[in-house]
Design a protein around this ligand. Structure first.
Ligand SMILES: C[C@@](CO)(OP(=O)(O)O)[C@H](O)COP(=O)(O)OP(=O)(O)OC[C@H]1O[C@@H](n2ccc(N)nc2=O)[C@H](O)[C@@H]1O
Ligand SMILES: Nc1ncnc2c1ncn2[C@@H]1O[C@H](COP(=O)(O)OP(=O)(O)O)[C@@H](O)[C@H]1O
Length: 289
């Protein structure tokens, strides 16, 4: 039977870089919230022993695709305690809506959805925390998508504590450029020494993103988009970009600004949600597949 699962986007409502680890990764303090908007995966479990992706993603080979890598990783991990899972297979297709390299976490969200969905469909019985730990091998953002609650994150993004930011409406705008995460983290001009603060202090201060200055400097398109949006609402970069978001109290206020968007700017309006659409979908399914 084909089953359908959401892979939502995330926003980094704030993002501060507090240091660089010996392995080159950066320590962060960031506030994640999900959007009620994203990709959709269709997954048909079978007994073929194979993982097939029926809809290749442009520019990403199947071996590199986080969808396929997540399915193989789960199968390998679950087989060690249940050899019957050697027969487990799946046919997966994706309706890709989220821009790649957009700072919306699309690839990480795809991986998390595959982990959560196949854990359910194959009845692997891994806990969310075990799945999140597996997911971290695929990307720093995967654990928050697996757990599925809005969270304050530290470490490289894997130390999570639940948070309840206000669920605002967002206009998310894409300036038409793709930005690789490593490109931003390798920039010599990046602020890497923001002092560590506790969550209460961070919530009380104006929210900002330490990546924004270098991204605006490197990409004129992002710089112009932020300047334009700031005329209407509080606006900033998500993750390492390229997307920029503006916050509004109502959907109609966000839509009014989207209608005025300059040529070349694509965008959408979505609600911020503290329980991810993936978690909601899972909780609505029968206890066993
Ligand atoms: C910084 C964030 C904020 O959400 O940016 P976005 O990618 O969403 O824009 C994420 O944590 C990114 O997570 P993710 O996209 O999964 O990154 P990964 O694949 O783990 O790492 C890609 C590369 O970025 C750098 N990197 C990533 C995360 C981190 N905390 N420090 C780093 O220095 C490393 O060079 C790494 O090789
Ligand atoms: N299923 C997938 N969807 C999107 N990107 C993927 C996927 N699998 C691997 N990738 C790779 O991950 C990179 C980051 O993509 P994405 O997560 O969408 O951006 P970001 O981390 O900026 O939010 C892409 O440029 C692509 O090379």
């Amino acid at each position: 039977m084909i089953t359908t699962w959401p892979a939502p986007a995330k926003l980094n409502l704030f993002l501060y870089i507090t240091g660089r680890r010996p392995d080159g990764y950066h320590n962060l303090q960031t506030l994640f919230q999900f959007l009620d908007y994203g990709d959709t995966l269709h997954i048909e479990p079978d007994q073929s022993g194979n993982i097939s992706l029926l809809t290749p993603v442009a520019g990403v080979s199947d071996e590199q695709n986080l969808i396929v890598r997540a399915a193989k990783l789960l199968k390998q991990a679950a087989e060690t305690s249940n050899p019957l899972l050697a027969q487990a297979g799946a046919r997966i297709s994706i309706e890709k809506t989220l821009p790649m390299g957009g700072g919306l976490g699309g690839g990480s969200s795809n991986a998390a959805t595959v982990l959560v969905a196949l854990n359910y469909l194959w009845q692997c019985n891994l806990t969310s925390d075990e799945l999140a730990k597996l997911g971290l091998q695929l990307g720093a953002d995967v654990p928050v998508f697996v757990e599925g609650f809005a969270a304050f994150a530290e470490g490289v993004g894997e130390q999570l504590q639940p948070a309840q930011p206000e669920e605002k409406w967002y206009l998310v705008a894409h300036p038409g450029v793709s930005i690789g995460t490593p490109e931003v983290f390798n920039d010599p001009g990046l602020t890497r020494d923001t002092p560590v603060r506790d969550l209460a202090a961070l919530l009380a201060a104006p929210f900002s993103n330490d990546c924004e200055a270098v991204v605006r400097k490197r990409f004129r398109e992002v710089d112009e988009l932020v300047s334009w949006l700031l005329e209407y609402a509080p606006s900033r970069l998500t993750g390492t970009g390229a997307c920029v978001f503006s916050e509004f109290d109502t959907e109609s206020a966000a839509r009014q600004v989207l209608e005025l968007a300059p040529k070349g700017v694509r965008g959408f309006v979505a609600r911020g949600v503290n329980v991810s659409p993936l978690r909601r979908t899972l909780s609505e399914r029968p206890a066993t597949a």
